[in-house]
Design a protein around this ligand. Sequence first.
Ligand code: C2E
Ligand code: CA
Ligand code: CA
Length: 786
Amino acid sequence: MQRFYTCLAEQHDPALLALAVVICAVGAHTSFVLLRAAQTAAARRWRWVALTALATGTGAWSTHFVAMLAFAPGLPADHGAGLTLASLALVVLVCGFAFQLALSGRGWREWAGGVLAGLGITAMHYAGMAGYHLVGVLLWEKRLLTLSIALGILLPMLAVWLALRQPRPLPRLLAAALLLLGICALHFLGMAALIILPEPGGAPLAAAASADWLAAAVAAASGILLLLSLAAAALSRRAHRRERQAEQKLRSLADAAVEGLLLCEEGRITGSNRSLQGLLGRADEWFTGQRLEALLPPGQTLPAALAAEGRAEAEFLAASGEIIPVELVTRPLLHHARSQQAVAVRDLRDRRRAEARIRFLAQHDPLTGLHNRAGFGLELERALALHGRSGQGFALLALDLDRFKWTNDTMGHQVGDALLVKVAARLRAAVHATDVVGRPGGDEFAVLQLDTSQPEAATALAQRCIELLSRPFIVQGQVLNIGASVGIALYPQDGTDIATLARNADLALYRAKSEGRGTHRFFEAEMDTRMQRRRMLEVELRSALALRQFHLEYQPLLGLDGDTVTGFEALIRWAHPERGLISPAEFIPLAEETGLIIPIGEWVLREACREAAGWQEPATIAVNLSPLQVHSPGIVEAVRGACAAAGLDPHRLELEVTETALLTDTDHSFGTLRALKALGVRISMDDFGTGYSSLSHLRRFPFDKIKIDRSFVADLGENADSAAIVGAVIVLGKSLGMLTTVEGVETAGQLAHVRARGCDQVQGFLVGRPMAADAARTLLARRQAA
Ligand code: C2E
Ligand code: CA
Ligand code: CA
């Protein structure tokens, strides 16, 4: 170090020394301003690289030679012109290559470029020293020499790296300072390492002349440097202005964006746009310097997908404390030649709300707000998953409103809808908070009861529902009385999957409805087999007509005033190829439910009329009409057509209807009966005494005949009430001008009884069982002959 100080302080002219340092500083700074221009140049980068190399080279070279001029070793010295100029060319060329390399990519190229620049400068210095002659012997102190070379390479290398990586003005100044330091260290340590031993007999050199041309060369080089530096300063100002404008443009663009935007660099936020500030209720300053994680609610981490796929959903915590679902999309961005990340932040609240709404609509019935079939299914699945694990039971209740269809059809859909809303409200009130009420469709409701004390809880709930729903409803000023039936299936004994549970609850419901409605039934395994048989029958019934599996039997009716067979009742028979004869009591209800009764009934009419047309007059034929037939619009035409086709006088045709046909849409039913009567057909009231037995029905329509149900005849002997009723109906019939027929007469005693009461006609096994058509024909012929 001592040598270094002595060298600087005693062997150099201070004014020139200062000039050398200034030149070096200007050169270094100019170099990096130009290097920055080269870095951002879109095209023809090599021009900028050449200018940069020129600035670095002339800067270093001028420094060296001004410092050499300042050097006064006390002996005459001389600089060889060839090597001096060659060293300038060398440093400019090597630096050119060095910068081109450093700018060609990141990492080792930057370092290698820096090293090469350092080498170029060092080589320039020692080439210059090689051309330095004086009267004496030059020796080198090894340690200082090594240090000079090492710093001459290392410091420029660091400077280049810093200038490329941190191109803002301040770090650039630092880079320039490093280069300055590098060149000075190289030169002055190198000079300190120099030991000059005077050579006593040496020839004197033309020192003055040598200094003159060198000064001129250095002045020229410095001039070039000055020009370059001025140009660089202007360039730098312009670049700075452009950068600011670009920044401004970028910022207003970002602020105009609807989406939130963040700019991040090395994991830290460097900027935010106005949308994001609004979204989170925070100022721009709050964001700067934060990590992205700081925007998440405490304890949350950034989703891994963000780094992996550049897109992820997350939650942000707003200043207000609100947690906002967001979608984040990141894109790498080269901003000011620094690699940054733009993060787009999309507010997902609206989408989430819309999704929730869609989910609600998909799972709920818009009318009542109850779960629809899909939503209820999901609730069932959840219950299954939950209770399947815990092994606890639950109940599924299927509810059906008893007279809803009728109300809906006669009162209109508005009343029907209002009624359903009220039913839903009562059901909600009937269940516990943990239970789920659903409306799978139409007038079907369902309750999922999450109570483990089964079957008691389900029984109580079913009774509560039935009781609540059988209370009158007041809808649009009308009092409506409906009722409900309930079928119950229990988990796990009646099924361990949704489909089985639902089907079994429906089976139990079906049973409850067929056993009088207004009641509840639990599922029993035997219901299943019966239901299966029913389904099979239903399928087979559809093809029975086409397969000609039906035929008619005829049961005689006996007129009591002459004891003669006055006619027959046609009774349908289904001869099933495998099951044998199936009773109409079993398949007629099925045909009614499926609507198949219309074509089947028409076939019966035609067949019976065709058969009866062959009988001797005045034998009559009675045909049963189901309520559905009475309500069907084509019935009058069907009856007229059957008589016409067979050539049967309509007076000989009797149509038997039950009271159920008159219960709904009464006016229309009576209209139909009147139209039928107008054809000449006679109308009988069948099964009287079993249904509502409303006398008003008898008074409202002039039936030709009342058929007293066979249930009264069966206990004529034991039951005094039955005898009284049969007697009263006969009297009533007479007073209304209607004939009376007693059905189901099986014994002579019964016959004697009803004959004594003044009955007109009997039908029953005593007179004759239902028989084949030819047997009926034979019977008629025999009676007539007698
Ligand atoms: P229904 O109209 O009351 O027919 C009389 C039923 O009583 C017949 O049963 C008959 O066999 C039975 N019966 C007659 N005399 C006696 C008796 O002395 N004792 C007993 N125990 N029973 C007697 P069937 O043929 O099984 O018909 C049952 C029901 O099926 C009929 O009752 C009727 O409502 C319906 N039905 C039969 N054929 C037709 C049809 O072609 N169309 C429609 N719509 N319904 C029909
Ligand atoms: Ca009948
Ligand atoms: Ca009957």
